[in-house]
Each structure stands twice: as C-alpha cells, then as structure tokens.
Write a protein that binds this ligand. Structure first.
Ligand SMILES: Cc1cc2nc3c(=O)[nH]c(=O)nc-3n(C[C@H](O)[C@H](O)[C@H](O)COP(=O)(O)OP(=O)(O)OC[C@H]3O[C@@H](n4cnc5c(N)ncnc54)[C@H](O)[C@@H]3O)c2cc1C
Ligand code: SF4
Length: 400
C-alpha cells in the first residue's frame, strides 16, 4: 500500500513537523520518535509543506499495470426490473457516456442484464448506445448479487470498457463495488460531475469533507474506472434514430448459481418522491416554528408543488427524512423550486442546483442561496409567502 514515510534525521523541529498535518495524524511514540498514525488520509499536505521530512512512497504493486489502449468505450449498466422496465438513471448515464466517449472517439456500450430485456434494449438504442450487450435468462429476472456480478464481470473481461457507469440506486450500490473489487479497480461513488482528461482518465468529481470541497478523483493506473451517479443528476438525452448493434451473450453457466433464494417479491406501492416532483417549495430554518408549515403548504398547493426541507428542518422533525434535499438527502431537478428561509449551504445546493428555475426568499441579501437563484427575493417569508400565494391564486382565477 502507498504510505507516508518520515525521515526523522531531517526533522529538526518535531513539533513543527507534527503541526503540518491538518488531521493530527503525525504522532510521537513512547520514545519520542515520529510516526504516521491511522488517522492519515493521504492528503499529502505534509509532503508539500516539509518535503525534506515527509515522503510519499508509492505501492510498488500500484505501478502502471494496465495498457490503457486495451480498454476502450464507456459502459453503462442498466437496471431492469422483472417486468422489463428500465430505471431512467441508465438513460441519464447514457447521455453523459455519449459526451465522454465522443471526447475520446470511443463507443458507448450499454449492458442489459435481466429476465426480460427487450424494451430496455430498444430504449437504450434510441438514446444513443452504440452497442447493447444483453445477458438474458430467467435466473437473472430478479436482482441477486452473485449472478449479476458474474454477468458484469464477464462483460468487462470480454469488452474491456475504459469506464463503467452505474446508477447510484440500492442495486447499483451493491453491484458496482463488488465487481470493482474483483478487478482491483476502486470506485468513486455518487459522482456529481464526470469529465474526460486528454489522457483518457475519467475526471470523477464529487463533494468531499462534508461537501466543503469538490474532489477530483482519477484512477490513472487501473481499468476499468468505476463510478456511480445518483438518479436525476444528469439530463436524459433526446431520442434519436437507433444506430447501435445488439450483442447477445450467454450468461456464464457457473455464474448463475446464487445462495439467495427469492421466496416472494411484492411491488412497493408507487409513492411519488420529491425527485419526481415538477415543482417544489422548500422549508428552511427561516421558518420560526412547525406550526407555521401550513403557510408553506398553501404555497405548495397553489403551485401544484411538493413540500420539501433542508436538513435543519428534517432533523428538527418538522418534515420526514424522505423530504430532505441535499448531499445526505435527495437530489432533485424540478422545473421550479422556491426556497423559503434557506441559507444555501453547499450541502443543500448540491442537491438542487440543476433545477429549472430557482426562486429564493431570504431576509439576508448576502445569503449564498442567492448565488444559485434565478429570482432572488430579499424579504421575510412571513410577508413574501402569503403575497406569493395571493398572486398565484389571482393569476389562476384570472385564467378561468
Ligand atoms: C456532511 C453534511 C451533510 C449535510 N447534508 C445536508 C443535506 O443533505 N441537506 C441540507 O439541507 N443540509 C445538509 N447539511 C447541513 C447544511 O450544512 C446546513 O446546515 C443546512 O442546509 C442549513 O439549513 P437551513 O438553510 O434551513 O438553515 P440555516 O443555515 O440556519 O439558514 C436559515 C436561513 O433563513 C434565513 N431567514 C431567517 N429568518 C427568515 C425569514 N423570516 N424570512 C426569510 N429568511 C429568513 C436566514 O437569513 C438564513 O439564511 C449537511 C451538513 C454536513 C456537514
Ligand atoms: S498525508 Fe495528510 S493526513 Fe497523512 S500525515 Fe501527511 S498531512 Fe497528515
């Protein structure tokens, strides 16, 4: 494993050396000698600040192992339910895959694993897949990790895609890391942006350290590069005339075995989450008490919108966790979002900044939410919201 090595003879001032680490990972042992403890996050700040004392030592095994030229194409793993329905996150990923693949002149590969894949295959061809690789078998009808991982691994061995994009759904979050570990490739979870560097490495961007920074993660020595992306982060590309090919694979026979038996499956009643709402009114801590929520509900009703909240109000128990927008909540992309008394912390904004029109109401003209809002109203929600409700109702009345 790569590690930080210390040259103690060069550390004339041990306290200064301890102080360079922002995570307190440089410690003294019983003899007073310096060592790097378990809190090291490999940020390499110590190496930058005291290069004579600290050295980043690369894992010998991590030396360039793959010939990148052997790995071509951006693959998207589709999630298909037993009735053949395709999870739309695959279409969103196809749009992004097309962009990334175009930058390298490589193909977009889609992977369909399931019991009934026909409709999903057609849909993916219409959204720009150059090749759709199909593993269809009754044994693959329901998601079970072992056969799905076997099919995905088989596909990777055969096609050698440069990158594999998987939806950040419960299924994708189970499948992607297991297969990434098999290929000793690593994985970047919940990317919010993906780009392509000239060298063909995927620029995997995601919030880190509580959303305070956007980390760019590159895996230049390994292939494939695995990334998961949550639903509603990228737009679905428009339909086009299909031009791609369908390649059918025989699921690996020994790979279909599973220790999991599915005794019964019951469809969950379809509850529309805030992710599916076309308009959302957001309650922030600017609301003084939960008894005032009906004021915001009235605005939501007038706009035909769903009511959602920041983590602050969800943690206060004013709204359920399923209504929380942000880094540790849901990502939303409605046509209209009206934030009421929301400061606009990065952890909140990262879950809604792809929305169509962002209206923000806040008493503080310097609140960060105004930097992402298309329409900013500096004012008290207790005055502005009732006025908005009256205006929307009057407009509706006039349109009758
Ligand atoms: C790891 C991590 C993950 C997180 N994940 C999330 C997440 O998923 N979602 C999330 O929302 N947060 C998240 N947070 C918390 C986030 O940092 C903020 O604390 C939170 O978003 C603040 O919520 P708020 O805007 O409602 O409250 P505040 O930041 O307290 O803002 C209240 C705003 O209301 C304004 N205001 C006050 N009174 C009025 C009034 N009468 N009229 C109009 N405006 C008024 C104020 O000027 C202020 O700007 C996370 C934090 C961490 C560390
Ligand atoms: S790499 Fe970063 S976390 Fe590790 S010892 Fe150096 S400064 Fe501390």
């Amino acid at each position: 494993m790569s590690h930080i090595s210390i040259h103690p003879e060069k550390a004339s001032d041990k306290d200064a050396a301890i102080g360079v680490c922002p995570f307190g990972a440089i410690e003294r042992d019983a003899t007073g000698a310096l060592f790097v403890g378990g809190g090291c996050r490999m940020c390499r700040m110590c190496v930058r600040r005291m290069p004579e004392v600290f050295e980043f030592v690369e894992d010998a095994e991590a030396a360039p192992a793959v010939d990148k030229n052997e790995w071509r194409g951006i693959a998207v793993v589709a999630e298909i339910s037993p009735d053949g329905a395709l999870h739309p996150v695959a279409l969103e990923l196809l749009g992004k895959a097309r962009e990334l693949a175009a930058a390298r002149g490589e193909p977009v590969l889609a992977l369909a694993i399931g019991g009934r894949t026909e409709a999903a295959v057609q849909e993916m061809l219409e959204r720009g897949a150059d090749e759709v690789h199909v593993y269809e078998d009754p044994e693959l009808s329901e998601f079970r990790i072992e056969p799905y991982a076997a099919a995905l691994s088989d596909f990777i061995r055969e096609k050698k895609p440069s990158a594999v994009l998987v939806g950040g759904t419960p299924t994708g979050r189970s499948l992607a890391p297991r297969v990434a570990a098999r290929f000793r490739a690593g994985l970047t979870a919940d990317c919010t942006t993906l780009g392509m560097s000239p060298s063909g490495d995927l620029d995997q961007i995601r919030p880190a350290y509580g959303g305070n920074i956007m980390a760019h993660i590159n895996t230049p020595r390994h292939r494939p590069q695995f990334a998961t992306v949550r639903y509603k982060v990228f737009p679905i590309p428009p339909r086009e005339r299909p031009h791609g090919a369908v390649v059918r694979h025989k699921p690996p026979r020994d790979g279909l075995a599973s220790a999991i038996s599915i005794l019964e499956s019951r469809p969950k009643p379809a509850v529309k989450g805030i992710e599916d709402a076309e308009a959302i009114v957001v309650c922030g801590r600017g609301l003084r008490r939960p008894e005032d929520l009906p004021m915001l509900r009235e605005l939501a009703d007038a706009l035909g919108a769903r009511l959602a909240g920041t983590r602050a109000v969800v943690e206060a128990g004013w709204l359920p966790a399923s209504c929380q927008i942000g880094l540790s909540g849901r990502t939303v992309k409605p046509k209209l979002i009206v934030t009421c008394g929301v400061s606009g912390a990065i952890q909140f904004v990262s879950g809604m900044n792809g929305s169509g029109t962002i209206v923000a109401v806040n008493t503080d003209k310097d609140a960060p939410i105004f930097s992402v809002a298309h329409i900013g109203i500096v004012g008290d929600i207790y005055e502005v919201v009732p006025a908005l409700v009256a205006a929307v109702k009057a407009k509706k009345e006039a349109a009758k």
